[in-house]
Design a protein around this ligand. Sequence first.
Ligand code: LMR
Length: 397
Amino acid sequence: MYQHVTPYLGDPILSLVETFVNDKRAHKVNLSIGIYFDNEGKMPLPESVRKAAAEIGVKAQSYLPMEGHTGLREELAKLVLGDEHAAITEKRVAVVQSLGGSGALKLGADFLKKWFGQSKAYISAPTWDNHRGIFEGAGFEVGTYPYYDAQTIGIKFAEMTAFFNTLPENSIVILHPCCHNPTGVDLTPAQWDEVLEIVKTRKLIAFMDIAYLGFGDSFAEDAYAVRRAADLGIALFVSASFSKNMSLYGERVGGLLVVTPNEAEKELVLGQLKAGVRRIYSSPSAHGGLTAYGVLSNPARKQAWQAEVYQMRDRIKAMRQKLYETLSQMLPEKDFSYFIKQRGMFSYTGLSPEQVQRLQDEFAIYILQSGRLCVAGLNDGNIDYVAQSLAKVFANQ
Ligand code: LMR
């Protein structure tokens, strides 16, 4: 019956986590998946989020509407676009609470395939693997645009803009407004201005994945590209997530925002997004939605939460600094400054797949085959071991 079913080759992130879990070595270190762990190696629940969750009680028992919790949807738009953004006051942002950032990407991709079926989607080279998976899964042909420059450990900016200038109207470009996954290399605000001008002139559709909001700079700075795109009137989709910044990974809570030209079109888009939700999973998580709402709707708590996110961000930065210093001391001939320049949870180490495999086999340190290392998994207890092991692998000793 099922002999024709092709085997699943696994996911480069989630399947590696399975291998890590099954690894019996006590000193193993997981620097693969994008999860924030604290200095004790534990997944923290921010105090602000804990308080919000404690208030829910039986309120999460019933179904939420297809589009999710109304208050959360409003708060999410304000968080991403800024409280007073014209798109919000003019009621032209369609917002749907989703199953994490992946759910938002899937809903948006399905919507776009249905209503812009001729478009092609373009992802950065490289990107989070599931961008390709989700857009191909929705039926798109997926191409790549130039992004990361391994020579400079920067961005192939001229090539990227030249490529965007070749794209036909309604092409979908998937962008990372902050904390690029997997490289940690972001565009500057001035570069965003240039890219978004092209997106506007060529009438492209910008799909921005802002899963790591708050882990680069401030919330407002991390949302710069999104807000600028909305200011420019660009066709804009945003997938947001509370997995990382509220540490609500398993609750599967995030949202999709679509900034439209006017309220009437907003209603049309929202209606079709609701239809999409109904067809796939009916309605989103009430517990996750109420928790996130409980944080964002209380101004003092929202402020406390943002401060907690900044603490996580700063701990990651401190780990970057330590890694940079230790490696520079051990291998002074090599330039490791990229560790402190890259932003967000990830560092693209430049290690080859063979070196990555050696790290795993010999040292029980897990990073992605692409060389992506999750800095948020480092702590005072493992950083020396990781730095020393990395130094051996970098030196091919
Ligand atoms: C990651 O990139 O590691 C995270 O976004 C987790 C995931 O779902 O892949």
